[in-house]
Design a binder for this molecule. Structure first.
Ligand code: HMG
Ligand code: MG
Length: 297
């Protein structure tokens, strides 16, 4: 293989949203600055959700306003509703991500709305974004299992992913929110979704609870998907998904891809150094094995 995977770095959002340790606004801005210098082309910067639901990201507007934006790098933010969209627009955001799930109870716990209700919430966001020239990405959570209902039927994953794409999301990211997937199951899921949504409009978003995320990614690459979400230092998790651990570590994904002859445009050493820096701010060792292996002795 000699091709390219775009990494969507979600550390500043998914990584930090579940952190108990308060992270200073200046550190969040510095994290995004460091990530911007590694060659990453997409960095999810923060989240304009309710500050009561996710207090860690209550400073979203200050963070976004403080970023030194690099030309050629996109800085999407999460928005749950029109109010979030308006807050984002007010600070000049050019790309947002909406999020729902393939399982009803998870979506209610995460956003206080059923799946269809959340899709209805997104319709005005997509209409306004089209008029404002803002790009919209969509997330489907619990694609390989739900903390409340357990197994999630493939048909439900396909239905929600196709709905987001039909509504105008340029890319739909498939979230194994609680990291329960395994390679064959992940690939089967991707294949089913790719029958309804073009594979080049799909992304993988795998958490690493059971250490399966890299294997799942490698398996799904065989189906042609070329966008992978990951969080530097393996930080993260969803505060409304019981048992959810961090995202797959960006450093580990980049190491694997480069080893497979797939380009990412990312400077692995700089990324690993950023992951160790972040871990230091959080008062622990990096969650990336690659980051530890590459640490200077
Ligand atoms: P709600 O309580 O039903 O909201 O929450 P509401 O519309 O009834 O409003 C209640 C109050 O919240 C009001 O304030 C609103 O103004 C305020 P009050 O009048 O009481 O003072 N409010 C807001 N404030 C700021 N920004 C907003 C906003 N919206 C309402 N945007 C809501 C509904 C969707 C807002 C809430 O449930 C929420 O914010 N949920 C987000 C939870 C979250 O961020 N979860 C993690 C992200 S998803 C994830 O991690 C999964 C992913 O990584 C993929 C994967 O791994 O699977 C993406
Ligand atoms: Mg996530």
């Amino acid at each position: 293989m000699n091709d390219f995977v775009r990494i969507v770095e979600v550390g500043p959002r998914d990584g930090l949203q579940n952190e108990k340790t308060h992270v200073a606004t200046a550190d969040k801005i510095q994290l995004i600055g460091r990530l911007s210098a590694t060659g990453l082309k997409t960095i999810e910067a923060t989240s304009f959700v309710s500050p009561r639901w996710v207090p860690q990201l209550a400073d979203a507007a200050e963070v976004y306003a403080g970023i030194q934006r690099r030309p050629g790098v996109a800085y999407p933010v999460l928005v749950p509703n029109e109010q979030g969209y308006e807050r984002a627009l007010a600070v000049g955001v050019r790309e947002v991500a909406v999020f729902t799930a393939a399982s009803e109870q998870f979506n209610r716990t995460n956003t206080n709305a059923g799946i269809d209700e959340s899709l209805q919430r997104f319709a005005p966001i997509l209409a306004r974004a089209a008029a404002d020239g803002v790009k919209v990405r969509g997330y489907v959570s619990t694609v390989l299992g739900c903390p409340y209902q357990g197994e999630v039927p493939l048909a439900d994953v396909v239905r929600v992913a196709a709905a987001l794409h039909r509504m105008g999301c340029y890319e739909v990211s498939l979230g194994d929110t609680i990291g329960v997937g395994t390679p064959r199951k992940a690939r089967t899921m991707l294949k089913a979704v790719a029958a309804e949504v073009p594979v080049d409009a799909l992304a993988l978003h795998f958490h690493d609870t059971y250490g399966q995320a890299l294997a799942n990614i490698a398996s799904c690459l065989e189906e042609g998907v070329r966008v992978v979400d990951a969080a530097v230092s393996g930080a993260g998790g969803c505060p409304y998904a019981r048992g959810a651990s961090g995202n797959v570590a960006s450093e580990d994904v980049v190491y694997m891809l480069h080893g497979m002859g797939i380009e990412t445009g990312v400077d692995l050493l700089a990324l690993a150094e950023t992951g160790r820096w972040l871990a230091g701010r959080l008062g622990r060792e990096t969650g990336s094995r690659t980051g530890r292996a590459l640490a200077p002795t």
